[in-house]
Design a protein around this ligand. Structure first.
Ligand SMILES: [Zn+2]
Length: 97
């Protein structure tokens, strides 16, 4: 796990300025497609090479697997807050055990 220490960096590909933003985007790994809320995204302003910094990936994967059995019409949105991943409350709520 990497800590976000600086707001800008230099692109490894082209040497351009990489900016750090917090975005909501899709995450595809072990199970169904989910969205991550407010994850740190580094994107080069020149070549648009990007990287996403996901905190506590192991815990996230466990949670995503847990969502596998559920068939919801909406894409679950997950948020990292207070040191753990949680499912953002939506209109159709579902609990994960
Ligand atoms: Zn670049």
């Amino acid at each position: 796990m990497q800590a976000v220490t600086q707001a800008t960096a230099v692109c490894r590909r082209c040497g351009g300025t990489v900016r750090l933003t917090y975005e909501t985007g899709p995450y595809l790994a072990v199970g169904p497609r989910v969205e991550l809320r407010n994850v740190a995204v580094r994107r080069c302003s020149v070549c648009s090479h990007m990287g996403i910094e996901v905190p506590d990936v192991r815990a996230l994967d466990v949670l995503v697997r847990c969502l596998c059995g559920q068939r919801t019409p909406e894409i679950p949105r997950l948020e990292y807050a207070d040191g753990r991943w949680r499912i953002e409350a939506r209109a159709t709520s579902s609990d994960c055990r």
